[in-house]
Design a binder for this molecule. Sequence first.
Ligand SMILES: C[S@@+](CC[C@H](N)C(=O)[O-])C[C@H]1O[C@@H](n2cnc3c(N)ncnc32)[C@H](O)[C@@H]1O
Length: 355
Amino acid sequence: MNQLGRYLAEQIRLQGPLSIADYMAAALGHPKWGYYTSRDPFGSSGDFITAPEVSQMFGELIGLWCAERWQTMGAPPRFVLAELGPGRGTLMADALRAAAAMPGFVAAAQVHMVETSPVLRAAQRDALADHSVTWHDRIAELPPGPLLVIANEFFDALPIRQFQRAADGWHERMVAVNGEEFCLVLNPVVTPGEPAADAATGAIAEVSPARSAAMGELAQQISSGGGAGLIIDYGHLRSTAGDTLQAMRAHGYADPMAAPGEADLTAHVDFQALGDAARGCGADTFGPVSQAQFLNALGIATRAEMLQGAATPSQAKDIASALHRLTGRDQMGELFKVMAVAAPGGQAPLGFEDN
Ligand SMILES: C[S@@+](CC[C@H](N)C(=O)[O-])C[C@H]1O[C@@H](n2cnc3c(N)ncnc32)[C@H](O)[C@@H]1O
């Protein structure tokens, strides 16, 4: 057992089994041994790759989306441009470079990052060395006022709880320890409420109060101060039963109960629940649409052609393969969804006009 494992096992011996949410929060964010706290996990030598690390086109198109939104908001002379869970800072760097084409945008943008990992904050500082950036641990610390906010693969890292349907009702799945190994057990007490409708005995349902609360905080700020948000993540359109907790290590699946803090733990984002939280806190929502639909609407094919025009044959091949990775149905194009959140009463943002 690793150090975080021994710490969690001791907690379980003292207090009883942990919720999956508590286990996930510690595995990802423990101040010393958490997965994100202690490493930069991106790239071929790491555990996984995200869209901004696949190609500059991703961040550039999001930068243009933000510039268009800013203009629609009446081009406020100061606004908060925030990113949640910005990884290496690649998306924001590409977005700011592309959005500089809109006169006044970069000067008006106050860049704020919500990031708990000191290792990744340092990478973001390097990537954004030419910009003034403020970091925060929590969404609630973002300054008031008009807000444009981006979250790519942030919500999938926020903790979930799981429940299993038995003959007498729903029981929470808890993390217990058996010798040197973690295992899942059911809380014997029936949980009040119905985490999933019409579910058969044995079905597993996931809920995430942490994700709904984060979405609600953003929606409140956007509906009162103006602005918009773009949520990009892998997940499903409708709330549905199923066990989606997964661990990724060295670009392959791992056991979520093994070696906490050494693999990325995520679960599918329930976009219906996120949308409900946003609308419940006063914002309008648009989509979700597939990542392919969104990037195609923003002109990714044209951007790829432009980049290929100035590229060597080998670079042009890499650009074509990045385009496929981002938009292919068998790649990230369908599994990843994009949802926009906006202040109430406005027109559909770019990429959501037909939805
Ligand atoms: C899968 S990475 C996505 C990185 C980046 N958005 C990208 O697309 O490359 C998740 C990011 O969220 C951050 N993170 C995870 N949990 C967080 C939390 N509770 N609060 C703030 N940041 C968090 C991680 O440190 C990391 O930067």
